[in-house]
Design a protein around this ligand. Structure first.
Ligand SMILES: [Zn+2]
Length: 329
């Protein structure tokens, strides 16, 4: 080989190396994230309103004899766009999970959950709630089928009921027996939840202490408190202290309440020693960009170390849901 040829070969291998590096960089995945709280629902274009994150920063002052304030708010510089059809939502959400390396625990409409699962089986962990008029036996059959790995969202607070209400007890018994983790809505609701949106909703039924009797009846049941029982931080910390296996998620509050308030709440949970029992979740419904919004809030938490963020985004969920971490590499 002549010197000229050698130089040529070297030059080309340098180009090859360089382009390999570029493609390796573009293909470099984000570290994995598990979103434990996603809702799949049929999109109703008439109600698919755009959304300003942290819209509860300024709750409107109004009166019972005036028009009701709107539940959401889309009056901001860059509201998140609502999907206008089921297909648009599916395409946007699946591509977001690939781009951001997110795996989601999804509850809600069975048909939509199956569609998403068929489109991206590695990205979706199906979750089942207690359907209206669903018997305990029908619930057991649905779980025994093997498709559903999680039970949730259980939200008796919207019917003004405690999670320890005996009407729910046998369903929790089935989950305990089958080793299925359960997500229970506690705490947060939004402005006017009881008198504008859901007349049976009771703030008092979101008190984390109301879980105690149910937990005592089901010692092998694994639960996580959705919305971290916001804003009842003292009760939440006391419950987690008394019950060593209770976890919480940050869903809903992380994109709706004022950011200082969310950070104070999260910081308090970590400061109290529960950094290993906080799960990342969004409460995503029809706004695909909410994933980025919510991830950003945790990434920007200056009081958390990289390892603490990785626990919240991923490690805690792997432990709680008994997942195989190697499948996410
Ligand atoms: Zn909820």
């Amino acid at each position: 080989m002549t010197l000229k040829l050698l130089r040529k070969a070297g030059f080309f291998s340098l180009i090859a190396l360089f382009s390999f590096e570029i493609s390796a960089q573009t293909e470099k995945k984000m570290p994995p994230i598990i979103d434990v709280h996603v809702h799949a629902s049929k999109v109703n274009p008439a109600f698919a309103s755009d959304l300003c994150p942290w819209f509860l920063t300024s709750m409107p002052g109004s009166g019972p004899n005036q028009p009701a304030p709107s539940f959401l708010n889309n009056d901001c510089v860059d509201p998140l766009k609502a999907a206008k059809s089921d297909q648009e939502m599916q395409d946007a959400i699946i591509s977001a999970t690939e781009r951001l390396n997110v795996t989601m625990v999804v509850s809600g409409d069975a048909e939509i959950i199956h569609n998403w699962y068929n489109a991206a089986p590695d990205r979706i962990i199906p979750s089942i709630g207690i359907g209206q008029n669903m018997s305990v036996e029908a619930f057991r059959d649905s779980l025994s089928g093997g498709f559903y790995k999680v039970m949730g969202e259980i939200a008796p607070q919207y019917q003004g009921k405690s999670p320890s209400d005996m009407s729910l007890d046998e369903y929790f018994g089935v989950a305990e027996e089958l080793g299925i983790p359960v997500g229970i809505h506690m705490g947060t609701g939004g402005n006017g939840m009881a008198n504008i949106t859901s007349p049976s909703y009771r703030a008092s039924m979101g008190n984390p202490f109301l879980l105690e009797d149910m937990l005592a009846r089901h010692p092998k049941l694994k639960i996580w408190v959705m919305h971290a029982g916001y804003p009842m931080i003292d009760e939440m910390i006391a419950l987690m202290g008394a019950n060593a296996y209770v976890y919480v998620d940050l869903a809903g509050l992380i994109w709706s309440y004022p950011q200082d308030e969310i950070h104070d709440y999260l910081k308090r949970l970590v400061q109290a020693g529960f950094g290993k029992r906080i799960l990342y979740g969004t409460d995503l419904m029809i706004w695909p960009k909410l994933l980025e919004t919510s991830i950003g809030l945790i990434q920007n938490a200056t009081y958390l170390s990289y390892d603490q963020k990785r626990d919240i985004f991923f490690n805690n969920a792997v432990r709680f849901f008994n997942l195989d971490a190697s499948k996410f590499e």
